[in-house]
Design a binder for this molecule. Structure first.
Ligand code: DGJ
Length: 504
């Protein structure tokens, strides 16, 4: 089918070129007719002094190459997409893709008029004119819309008690309980698929403490408790494996002293050394240390030994992630230069240090919360804007090489309503990982931060699909789509397709 389509397209292209050539031919004739007889040719004498025929020829050749290139790129992408959809190990791939594209719409949110009864903090925020009203509502603990953003604990997802109808379903934004019935504490986290034990591990910030501000102007915070770890075979039922990297209670000079900041831990397994390596954002309460810390363990469940922190490439480093490529090389990606630029650079072979190579990417775009993934040789990344704990618009980016050039594809969020799409469904990206056995299908992990009670921040897990041509005109493609589209589909409730390879 796709082969025939390609031939048809090529025919259409060559017809089109023939028509263009004819058009140029006519013009040439007309011009030649009005030219004074005694005028000498001034251009390359390819044909009786006609510069038009030469220009036309050049344009035709250029046009042909451009159109041919575009046809082959589209064809290549189409083949890739159809390969994906008919691909390996998946009994119902087509159905699966269709199901995931059923995007849930939501009624518009009506922002209630301000009420008398508001907390002093919320009252003060009323004067913050730069905040859109919906973000005001999101940040206001007394908002009438609170239940939309932070459904009550009565609606918690408890995999141990869920009815069969709701079994294995994700409910983005609801409290999610572990196998002991406690709310999962793994914020700003990541998933490690540990092939050795056939288990998924979820690492993240363990924030089950009191939220406060170190001083009037400081961001809301919870003292460092450590990095939490949970294990699962089905990505839905999570067993608490404890705190695998603990905060420091007494030594005030230690990076992990409770008064500091530990955010966005990311764990990768190093095949060569057989070690599990954790990278994280290390900071002081004012976010001026801006460093990256590293820890190592022999087992996925720790304990991790903290090795120290550094400013990578001697630059400030705040939100960060680590990406491990198929060839085993790993990269650190971090917001730098006061969050105005992302930096990306390779780690050493043991993943414990940053090599002395760095690229500045998305310069001047002010992006943070990077989540990088790869599909069919192309690198993709989701980022957020910089607005503290308040949600903002996500962007998808793509590149043929991990070190760039990175191009911005646009907002990947689909469904719900505009307010939700423009705020990443009221969440912030943290990690994207592939669903085994379904090429092109990923899980987008995000945090719905609750700045008035950070321990009650929620998880927004949604299906992310890489398929179809990108719908934004792009810089590198001269206005034509060069990349596949990245879509994060809103679902109030969803589950992975039947037959995805659950680990046993
Ligand atoms: C946004 C970042 O993405 C979070 O990890 C955290 O650092 C907050 N800012 C703090 O305001």
């Amino acid at each position: 089918m796709s082969g025939n389509l390609g031939i048809q397209r090529l025919r259409a292209v060559s017809d089109c070129i023939r028509q263009i050539a004819a058009l140029f031919g006519d013009k040439k004739d007309q011009k030649v007719r009005v030219r004074p007889k005694n005028r000498k040719p001034t251009t390359f004498p390819c044909n009786a002094g006609s510069r038009y025929s030469f220009t036309a020829l050049v344009w035709i050749i250029l046009g042909f190459f451009l159109v041919f290139h575009l046809v082959s790129v589209t064809q290549h992408r189409e083949n890739k997409d159809s390969r994906e959809i008919q691909s390996r190990g998946s009994p119902l791939p087509r159905t699966m893709f269709r199901e995931l594209e059923v995007v849930e719409e939501m009624k518009n949110i009506n922002i209630p008029p301000p009420r008398g009864k508001r907390s002093p903090r919320a009252q003060k925020r009323k004067t913050n004119r730069w905040l859109p009203p919906i973000i005001e509502e999101f940040l206001n603990e007394d908002s009438q819309l609170r239940h939309i953003f932070f459904p009550s604990r009565k609606n918690a997802v408890d995999p141990m008690k869920m009815t069969e109808n709701d079994s294995l379903y994700y409910f983005p934004g609801r409290v999610w309980l572990d196998t002991d019935g406690n709310a999962i504490q793994a914020h700003g986290g990541c998933i490690l698929h540990d092939e050795r034990s056939g288990t998924y591990y979820w690492y993240g910030e363990y924030k089950d403490g009191v939220t406060y501000r170190a001083h009037r102007k400081a961001a809301a915070r919870v003292d460092i408790i450590g990095v939490g770890c949970y294990s699962s075979k089905d990505l839905w039922t999570w067993k608490n494996e404890g705190i695998v990297l603990a905060g420091e209670e007494t030594n005030e000079t230690h990076d992990l002293h409770k008064s500091n900041v530990l955010e966005r831990p990311k764990v990768v397994y190093n095949q060569k050394t057989g070690k599990y390596v954790m990278w994280m954002h290390i900071d002081d309460a004012n976010y001026t240390k801006a460093s990256a810390g590293v820890a190592v363990s022999d087992r996925p469940t720790g304990p991790f030994q903290y090795l120290g922190s550094k400013r990578p490439h001697e630059f400030d480093s705040r939100d960060m992630t680590v990406f491990k490529d198929d060839d085993g090389s790993a990269y650190i990606i971090y917001s730098s230069e006061n969050n105005s630029v992302l930096h990306i650079g390779p780690l050493t072979d043991d993943y414990l240090h940053v090599k002395n190579v760095v690229r500045r990417i998305l310069i001047g775009r002010h992006r943070e919360a990077p989540a990088l993934f790869k599909h069919h040789g192309t690198y993709y990344m989701i980022t957020s804007g910089c607005s503290g704990w308040a949600p903002n618009e996500a962007m998808a980016h793509a590149s043929e090489s991990v070190m760039g050039l990175w191009e911005t594809l646009g907002n990947p969020c689909v469904g719900a309503n505009k307010v939700f799409r423009q705020r990443t469904f009221f969440s912030q990206s943290t990690f994207v990982f592939p669903v085994q056995g379904h090429p092109g299908l990923f899980i987008f992990m995000a945090d719905r931060w609750n700045p008035s009670d950070l321990r009650d921040s929620r998880y927004v897990w949604l299906p992310l699909v890489v398929a179809g041509p990108s719908d934004q005109p792009l810089e590198l493609g001269f206005g034509f789509p060069l990349w596949s589209r990245v879509s994060i589909y809103w679902h109030r409730k969803w589950r992975l397709p039947n037959g995805w390879s659950t680990l046993r």
